[in-house]
Design a protein. Sequence first.
Length: 297
Amino acid sequence: MDATPPERALDPAGLVRQLGELLDVERIDTDLYRGARQPGGVGRVFGGQVIGQALQAAQRSVEDGKAAHSLHAYFMRPGDEDHPIIYRVVRDFEGRSFATRRVIAMQKGQPILNMAASFQAPEEGLHHQDAMPDVPDPDTLRPESELREEMRDQVPEKFRRFFLRARPVEIRPVSPRNWFRPAPTEPVQHSWFRAVAPLPDDPAIHRAMLAYASDMTLLGTCMLPHGVSWMTGNIQTASLDHAIWFHEPMRFDEWLLYTTDSPWSGHSRGFNRGRIFTRDGRLVASVAQEGLVRQRR
C-alpha cells in the first residue's frame, strides 16, 4: 500500500484546500503525472476524481492560452483508493486554434480510464443558449448535509460515516428525495452546488472542480422513474462514460444550477444528460453520461 493520505479536514476551507490538492496532479516526468489519494477514501475511487485529475493532467500540457472546451472519457475499471493514479498525456494535435490531448489513467499497470480532451484559443462567434429552468433560489433551500443528518438512523452502520461526512461541495436539491424509500418520479432533477469555501482565480482549477462535481447526482437521474437508488440494496451502479462541454467561464465557488434528465434506460444501462447554469442564467457547461444500472437478483 502507498503512503497514507492526510486525515480528512472537517472545516470548509480545509475541505476545499484538500480537494484542490487532490486535483493538483504531481508532474513526475514529461507528460506523466501522479494523482493523489482522497483523504479518508475507502474502496472504489469516485469517478469525478479520476475525470478531474485527468483533465488537470491534460491542461498542464497545453499552452498559448487555449482552454478546455470538451472532454470525453470511458471508465474501464474501478479505481482503488489504496493506490495513487498515474496519468499519461499524449499530445495528438497542436494547432493555432485547437489542441487535442489523450489521457490514460492507470493503476497497478492497468488502464482504468481513457479520456480525450480538446482545447481552443479564445475567439468570438454566434451565440444562443437554452433558458435556465425556473427553480427556487439556493438561499431558500436546505443543504443536503442537513437532509442526510435527518436520515442518520436509517443509514446502515457500515455506510453511516461515508453518508454523513463533511464534503467540499455543498449541494442544495430543489426536490429532496429519500435514498432509502424512493418514490417513482419523473427522470428530472435540479440541484444547486458550489465549493464550500473560496477558490483561487485560476480558471483551470474551476474547470477541474466542475468536472469533479459533474459526476454527482447525474447517474441517479435514470433511477428516478423506477423507485430505486444506490442505497436500496438491489441495484448495482457504475459510470461507463462521461462527457463534458465547457461553454463559458464560471466560478465553482459561486452557486451553479445542475439540471439533469434521463431520456432512456434499458439493457442494464441508463443515459443521463446535464446542463449547468450560473445563478444569473448563463449556460456554462453540458454533461452526458451512460451508466451501468443492473438489478441484483
